[in-house]
Design a protein around this ligand. Structure first.
Ligand code: DAH
Length: 344
């Protein structure tokens, strides 16, 4: 019997070394009810005399060792199991990209505008959307009875007894010009970006909320020529290097002289199309030299300083740039519309 125990021990060690059986087959062969160890224990019952003690000890040693080997095979199997038995995860495959969103077209255009002006030395400023009459109108030289103050244009938040203190939703970003000139003295070279509100019926061409970019440059010797050069450069950066600009005389209470800025139609290159209504030109901004009264309202001496200002609608520029014909699309968050804008 001692011989048998030795043989089984040698065989089991060999199996472990060569991994020629998996742990389950090993268990069946040696440790199960019908396995070799049980046979030995049965045989052991027959053993008697002096040798019984020695066989019993060896048999116990063998059992312990077989248990150990079984455990080792089990551990080895679970380690190698994932590769040898076919790993379901192929770690060499490229990752599946997450479905990432796209930037809103207004955000894309806003970023581009900010970037172009930043390169010309304009920093970006912000101001409040709920504003007082003073910053939105009076300080900007709107006459007391100017029609833009009427209810049909402005959303009033709180109508004060004294008109000057009315609270309202700003109708343009020009309010930030005043706030800026109040706390900062020239040189000032800033753009102001933000949402504005008007009491308009919502249609393809008008909305009660939209976005504007305001520009302000105040320093010594700022001239109309600087205004023209700045906007010409902007137009080329935004719409392509062959873009031309045209200035048309206009009127704004806060600028004098004032001009409307048109760019040559970048769709038809001036030939005439629906976008430019067959004129070859599209309007993109209002502008002008800051009215001396506005400078005075902000304690800036108009004898010493001059400045130019401009304002443009981000929706309008985006519509022109992408040929979008309905303003409402910007605010409906329809994924089929939004996912078309991947970059600029
Ligand atoms: N605030 C004007 C508007 O909402 C746009 C504008 C025109 C802004 C001329 C300006 C400017 O700064 O100089 O229609």
């Amino acid at each position: 019997m001692l011989e048998k125990i030795k043989d089984i021990s040698i065989e089991a060690e060999k199996i472990l070394q060569e991994r020629s059986l998996n742990h389950e087959d090993f268990r069946l062969k040696f440790l199960s009810r019908k396995g070799q160890l049980n046979d030995l224990f049965d045989e052991f019952k027959q053993v008697s005399g002096e040798i019984k003690r020695q066989v019993g000890q060896n048999l116990n040693l063998l059992k312990n060792r077989l248990d150990e080997i079984h455990k080792e095979l089990q551990a080895g199997n679970s380690q190698s199991g994932s590769t040898a038995q076919g790993n379901k995860e192929d770690l060499t495959l490229p990752v599946i990209p997450n479905a990432v969103g796209t930037l809103h077209p207004l955000t894309l255009v806003r970023k581009k505008i900010v970037e172009v002006f930043a390169r010309m030395g304009f920093n970006t400023e912000e101001g409040p959307e709920i504003e007082s009459d003073w910053y939105n109108f009076s300080a900007l030289n709107f006459a007391e009875n100017h029609p833009a103050r009427e209810m049909q244009d402005t959303f009033f938040v709180e109508k004060a007894a004294v008109q000057k203190d009315d609270l309202l939703l700003r109708t343009h970003t020009s309010n930030v010009q005043i706030r800026l000139m109040e706390y900062k003295k020239p040189p000032i070279r800033s753009i102001m970006v933000g949402r504005v509100y008007r009491n308009e019926a919502i249609s393809a061409r008008a909305h009660c909320q939209f976005h504007q970019v305001e520009g302000l440059f105040v320093d010594k010797n700022v001239s109309f020529r600087d205004l023209k050069d700045t906007l010409f450069h902007f137009a080329k950066e935004m719409f392509g290097k062959n873009t031309k600009i045209r200035l048309r005389p206009s009127y704004f209470p806060f600028t004098e002289p004032s001009a409307e800025i048109d760019v040559s139609c970048f769709i038809c290159k001036g030939e005439g199309c629906n976008i430019c209504k067959h004129t070859g030109w599209v309007e993109i901004a209002g502008s002008g030299m800051v009215d001396p009264n506005v400078l005075k309202n902000c304690d800036i001496d108009p004898e010493q300083y001059t400045g130019f200002a401009f304002g443009m609608g981000i929706e309008r520029i985006t519509m022109l740039k992408y040929g979008i014909n309905d303003l409402r699309l910007f605010f409906e968050n329809d994924i089929r519309f939004l996912k078309q804008f991947k970059g600029i």
